[in-house]
Design a protein around this ligand. Structure first.
Ligand code: FJE
Ligand code: FE
Length: 372
C-alpha cells in the first residue's frame, strides 16, 4: 500500500461530519404611498379644473418625469448625497461573529467564520477562512468536489498545483476563482517568506453544476476592476459597484467587493433583494447598517438581514477595510463531508468512492502528488 493510498484511507475512515441545511429567504412586498390632494372649498368651475389638473400633475411628477427623463438604471451607489435614506429597505446586521483562530491544514491557522457551528452555512456560502500561514505550514494535497473556492491574497503569495498540471502563484491582491466541479485534487502552499495572508471563500454549486468540468478564473491584482469615490475605494472581485463590473463569471450568482473607506467617509452599496449577504472586516472598524449602531472591529463577520442595500460609515480615525459578499441562495439540501459538498448522503458516498478508486473526475488522483 502506498503512502498516498494510506492517507486517503485514513481520510476515508475519519469520522464523517454530515451537515444538512436548507436556507430560504422570503420575499417581501413593498408599498409606496402616494400623496393625495386635500379637499378644499372653492367655486365649482375652479374645483372642476383642479380636479382635472391635480391628478395630471401628480401623474407627471411621479411617473412620466422619472421614466422619461431619468436613466432606467438603478441608482448609482455612491458615497456622496448620503444624507437621506438611500434604500427602500436597508439591510441591517442580524448576526455578529468574531472569527477566532483555529488550526487547519498542516500547521496552518485560519480564522473561520462561515462554516463554524454558529454559522453553518449561509446559502450559497459554505466557508470563509481568513488564513495566516508561514512555511513550512500549508494545505498539502487534498480533493474538492461540488463547489467553488475563491482565494484572495491580502499579503504575500501562495502557490497552487493541481493533479491536471495546473500550477501558479497568486500574490497580494490577486484572486483565484476555482470551480472544482466534479473534482480537483490540489495543494495550496505559501510561496514567500514570512506570514502569507488571505481569504478563502467556498461557494456552493447548484445540483446541475456540481459535476461540471473544473475551471479556473485567475485575476492578477492589476487586472481587478477598481473604482473610487469620495474617500471610498473598491476592488470589484465579482459583481458591480460604483457602475464598474468585474469580468469574473459566477455560476452561482455572487458579488464580492473589497472596500477601503477613509476616516469620515460613508458608503451605500446596493445588494440584490433575496440574496444572502455578509461583511467580513479585514482592518479598522466601522458602523454597518444603522447609523446608530456600535462600531465593529476587524475579524468580525456580520450577517446582513433582508433588504436592497447596505450603508456603512467610517467614523474612526483610521481606514476601514472590509469584504462585502452576497449570493443568490440555491435553496437545495447541503450535505458536506470535509471537502466534498453534495445534495445527498448517497452523493457523498459516491464522491468518496470516486476519489478513493480514481473515477468520475478523479482519474488523475491516483498517480499524482504535488512537488511541494
Ligand atoms: C483543509 C479541506 C480543505 N481553509 N484556507 C479540508 F479544502 C482544506 C483547505 C483549506 C484552505 C486552503 C487555503 Cl489556501 C485557505 C483554507 C481550508 O485546503 F484545510 C481541510 N482540512
Ligand atoms: Fe483546496
Amino acid at each position: 500500500m502506498t503512502t498516498t493510498t494510506m492517507m486517503r484511507l485514513r481520510q476515508h475512515l475519519a469520522s464523517p461530519i454530515y451537515t444538512s441545511a436548507i436556507a430560504r429567504i422570503g420575499n417581501r412586498a413593498h408599498h409606496r404611498l402616494l400623496p393625495v390632494a386635500p379637499p378644499q372649498k372653492r367655486p365649482t368651475s375652479t374645483k372642476l379644473l383642479l380636479l382635472l389638473i391635480v391628478p395630471l400633475l401628480l401623474l407627471l411628477v411621479f411617473f412620466l418625469i422619472p421614466t422619461v427623463f431619468l436613466p432606467p438604471a438603478r441608482t448609482m451607489s455612491s458615497s456622496s448625497s448620503a444624507a437621506s435614506a438611500p434604500f427602500e429597505n436597508p439591510r441591517t446586521v442580524v448576526k455578529k461573529l468574531l472569527a477566532e483562530s483555529q488550526p487547519e491544514g498542516q500547521g496552518a491557522t485560519v480564522r473561520r467564520s462561515i462554516g463554524r457551528h454558529e454559522l453553518r452555512n449561509l446559502d450559497p456560502f459554505l466557508l470563509l477562512d481568513e488564513f495566516s500561514v508561514s512555511k513550512p505550514a500549508g494545505f498539502p494535497d487534498h480533493p474538492h468536489r461540488g463547489f467553488e473556492t475563491v482565494t484572495y491574497m491580502l499579503e504575500g503569495a501562495f502557490t497552487h498545483q493541481d493533479f491536471a498540471g495546473h500550477k501558479g502563484t497568486i500574490r497580494t491582491g490577486d484572486v483565484q476563482w476555482m470551480t472544482a466541479g466534479r473534482g480537483i485534487v490540489h495543494s495550496e502552499m505559501p510561496a514567500g517568506d514570512g506570514v502569507q495572508k488571505g481569504l478563502q471563500l467556498w461557494i456552493n454549486l447548484s445540483s446541475k453544476d456540481k459535476m461540471i468540468e473544473p475551471r479556473y478564473q485567475e485575476l492578477q491584482s492589476k487586472d481587478i476592476s477598481r473604482a473610487e469615490k469620495d474617500g471610498v475605494e473598491v476592488r470589484i472581485i465579482a459583481g458591480e459597484a460604483f457602475g464598474v463590473r468585474s469580468p469574473v463569471y459566477t455560476r452561482t450568482p455572487t458579488m464580492y467587493m473589497d472596500f477601503t473607506m477613509q476616516p469620515g467617509s460613508q458608503l451605500q452599496q446596493p445588494i440584490p433583494e433575496g440574496w444572502n449577504a455578509f461583511v467580513y472586516i479585514i482592518d479598522g472598524e466601522g458602523v454597518f447598517g444603522r447609523e446608530s449602531s456600535a462600531p465593529v472591529a476587524a475579524h468580525h463577520c456580520l450577517v446582513l438581514g433582508p433588504g436592497d442595500g447596505l450603508s456603512v460609515w467610517n467614523r474612526s480615525g483610521a481606514p476601514l477595510r472590509f469584504a462585502l459578499v452576497g449570493g443568490q441562495p440555491l435553496g437545495e439540501p447541503v450535505v458536506q463531508h470535509g471537502p466534498f459538498v453534495m445534495n445527498s448522503r448517497a452523493e457523498i458516498q459516491q464522491a468518496m468512492e470516486d476519489y478513493y478508486y480514481g473515477k468520475n473526475g478523479f482519474e488523475k488522483a491516483s498517480q499524482w502528488t504535488s512537488s511541494a
